[in-house]
Ligand binder design. Structure first.
Ligand code: NAP
Length: 283
């Protein structure tokens, strides 16, 4: 039987620590601030943004909401980002993705200065990260590393397999695992004989986005399994990429969906915002 690691509980612990830190910073200087920009009315994006703003509130961070209509032009979106970039009160900028069709995400992201790019998505931060320089790193991979720490998972010298090669999750988590000393294989939709590769993994990260795709034939006994996928079943319930009921009995530790990686992603956004603030204030 695996240890089930609830990201929701770990996030609660970490948020308590951050709350204390923010209150000390507020006493000494000022309250850190995250600008949250949402373009359009995609319900999933709106619920993510609401959760992020609520999390800011919980730990005492200020969030500055910017809501733009789906009909906004590229220039209008960029104008708001540039306004936040110049705003002395703003430490971090979150541009909720995806942007409505017709808008250029990459171009919009480049309007965020690297020092306020708390999602770690600008060319500067991605480049620095892959060159091993100090940078902001995307929040989901950072959250996964915290979960592995909570699982007491030794990474150095271990075999890790990441299923998924997206810019947001698969590629950066593979790099973080490699930096931590794992030998990493990245798999994707073109990978042949996937189970023979994933069966070798001491650490298995699934970031695909297809409901309950991977059963026990993909998992080594005693593996540490991180299920990043968030999928909605026909009955309305959320589930991950793993067949949880099949995999849980053979894994050493596993994350559930929901209450697994998701809450840690938000938690790392808060941490990155505090980091941005500290760098700005020279703390
Ligand atoms: P993505 O950009 O769609 O990437 C999915 C990856 O899975 C691609 O690399 C794709 O391969 C690969 N893939 C698709 N079908 C496959 C298959 N049958 N076998 C092996 N690989 C396959 O998605 P993403 O942004 O990385 O997100 C992945 C999942 O994580 C989604 O469910 C998303 O909602 C969730 N997510 C959760 C959080 C969180 O905080 N919990 C954060 C971000 C994302 P190709 O490259 O060959 O197409």
């Amino acid at each position: 039987m695996a240890t089930i690691i609830y990201g929701s509980e770990l996030a609660k612990e970490l948020k308590e620590e951050m709350k204390e830190e923010v209150s000390a910073l507020a006493r000494e200087k000022r309250v850190p601030c995250l600008a949250v920009i949402l373009v359009g009315d995609n319900p999933a994006s709106l619920s993510y943004v609401t959760a992020k703003e609520k999390a800011c509130q919980e730990i005492g961070l200020t969030s500055k909401p910017y809501r733009l209509p789906a009909t906004s032009t590229q220039a209008e979106v960029e104008e708001v980002i540039k306004k936040c970039a110049k705003d002395e009160e703003v430490d971090g900028i979150l541009l909720q993705l995806p942007l409505p069709k017709g808008l250029n995400e990459a171009q919009a992201l480049e309007c965020i200065p690297a020092e306020k790019d708390v999602d770690g998505l600008t060319t500067m931060n991605v480049g620095k990260f892959f060159l091993g320089q100090d940078s902001f790193v995307p929040c989901t991979p950072l959250g996964i590393m915290e979960i592995l720490k909570k699982m007491n998972c030794e990474i150095d010298g271990k075999r890790a397999v990441v299923i998924g090669r997206s810019k947001l999750v698969g590629t950066p988590i593979a790099r973080l695992l490699q930096n931590a000393g794992a030998t990493v294989t990245i798999c994707h939709s073109r990978t042949k004989d996937l189970p023979s590769i994933t069966k070798e993994a001491d650490i298995l990260v699934a970031a695909v986005g297809k409901p309950q795709l991977f059963g026990k034939e993909y998992v080594k006994d005693g593996a540490y399994v991180i299920d990043v996928g968030v999928n909605r079943l026909e009955n309305g319930k959320l589930c991950g990429d793993m067949k949880f009921d099949e995999v849980e009995p053979i894994a050493a530790a596993i994350t559930p969906v929901p209450k697994g990686v998701g809450p840690m992603t938000i938690c790392m956004l808060l941490r990155n915002t505090i980091e941005a603030y500290k760098k700005k204030e020279g703390i």
